[in-house]
Design a protein around this ligand. Structure first.
Ligand code: GLC
Length: 438
């Protein structure tokens, strides 16, 4: 068994830590301007102008089953979709607002279709819910709000009642956690301090403003098994670094315990569909990000930003296909795997990345830099029962102790194990060696 002890949290993260790989979906009105999901505030777009997106939103090509099939093929075991992002627009049918998809040309509950389709593929369901709301009339204007620089911002914001907004959130979370069956993940986003550049009345918002304790209690009462993120500013089940690859397994700041964590990443930088973005990650980088994350005991939530017509564009589909091709034959090094035990980890050769099965019996060596013919594993003599390439289950021969190819003078040691590899790298982006340990 893995010797790593992970911090206990209110929800049970066991399935989550086993499954390792999920799909994040950022979809809303912002897919129409197609220049970042923050476009409303980045460009300080007035309400009347943003309203056009509401009037014309028509995802006529939305087929949630198609998304679900691609997520499943990519090896993603759970999904988290935006039910409402910072723009305030609801992708579900809510009693508490008119600002929802059923009142646009879409004319239907888009979340319902997502839930049904993903569940049918055996993928667990998560909801992202924005704490921030740039449309709600009771949400006080602050430094992030599209109206922050209006000359009459103070006047506009004055009578707004944050309690009413907090109640609105509880009502909507109640709807989301009542009307769609079992929900596995609730992903709130996000809390922030006041920026000193802005006037004093523009307070930051955090757990007190969200009335987060009550919000969380509401969620847990309705879905006792749910996993909740930490972004309300109250510590819950998962720590969520964003667009950043930690170099170590994150630890609790006070107790030093290892944390259940999930990094969220994008294919191209923006979360919402961004037509002109050119910073798409390479296939190799995508696969390595997944491995790097699991190698530190974490999960990867990889984002897609569907178009306003409702489909995933060719670049997103190609990125998902990269995962599908790799995971089809290599997922054993991801599911149920975690950081390798410390005594093995310290033996990891250059250009390689280890993961290890939770039961400790199998070690996975990911070849980030494909070596020339031999992989030398110092310290491994006597530890290995059998070795194969994971992608095709073909045996890899190895010798223990020494290996002679006129290489006297090079470091040899009694604990050396040398694996013979084909000269030409197999046609796999990152080949994996599966090691059955003694
Ligand atoms: C950020 C952004 C947001 C995105 C989220 C995903 O906090 O505000 O647009 O949804 O990260 O992690």
């Amino acid at each position: 068994m893995s010797s790593y002890v992970i911090r206990k949290t209110p929800g049970d993260t066991a399935w989550f830590r086993h499954d390792r790989f999920g799909m994040f979906i950022h979809w809303g009105l912002y897919s129409m301007p197609a220049r970042h999901e923050w476009v409303k505030t980045n460009e300080k777009i007035p309400e009347e102008k943003y309203e056009k997106y509401f009037r014309y939103f028509n995802p006529d090509l939305y087929d949630a089953r198609e998304w679900a099939r691609q997520a499943k093929a990519a090896g993603m075991k759970y999904a988290v979709m935006t039910t409402k992002h910072h723009e305030g627009f609801c992708m579900f049918d809510s009693k508490y607002t008119d600002y929802k998809c059923t009142n646009t040309p879409a004319g239907r509950d888009l979340i319902r279709e997502y839930v049904d389709a993903f569940r049918a593929e055996g993928i667990r369901i998560g909801f992202y819910y924005s704490l921030i709301d740039w449309h709600h009339p009771e949400f006080p204007i602050d430094q992030l709000h599209p109206r922050r620089d209006d000359p009459d911002a103070y006047e506009k914001s004055k009578g707004r009642d944050m309690h009413k907004y907090a109640e609105y959130m509880r009502n909507q979370v109640t709807e989301l956690l009542t009307n769609y069956g079992r929900i596995d993940v609730l992903w709130f986003d996000f809390s922030y301090e006041k920026d000193p550049k802005f006037p004093e009345w523009m307070r930051g918002k955090g757990k007190d403003e969200w009335e987060a304790e009550e919000l969380i209690a509401t969620a847990r009462r309705l879905q006792p098994g749910i996993i909740i993120d930490n972004r309300t500013q109250i510590e819950q089940d998962i720590w969520t670094p964003e667009q950043y690859q930690p170099q170590e397994w994150p630890r609790h700041p006070e107790t030093g315990e290892l944390l259940p964590w999930e990094v969220c990443q994008t294919f191209s930088g923006s979360w919402g569909y961004y037509r002109d973005e050119m910073t798409w990650k390479s296939p190799k980088m995508l696969v390595q990000m997944l491995i790097n994350t699991v190698a530190l005991g974490g999960n990867l939530l990889m984002n897609v930003g569907p178009t306003s017509r409702g489909y995933l564009d060719a670049r997103a589909e190609a990125a998902l296909k990269t995962y599908a091709d790799w995971m089809k034959v290599n997922s054993r090094s991801i599911y149920g795997c975690t950081m390798a035990e410390p005594e093995l980890l310290e033996l990891c050769p250059n250009g390689c990345k280890f993961t290890q099965s939770e039961d400790g019996k199998r070690l996975y060596i990911h070849l980030f830099e494909y070596p020339f013919q031999y992989l030398e594993l110092k310290g491994f003599a006597g530890k290995v029962d059998y070795m194969q390439f994971l992608h095709d289950g073909s045996e890899l021969l190895f010798e223990e102790k020494t290996i002679s190819h006129f290489s006297e003078g090079r470091t040899q040691s009694d604990d050396l194990l040398t694996v013979t590899l084909p000269v030409v790298q197999p046609d796999v982006i990152v080949p994996v060696i599966e090691v059955f340990l003694k």
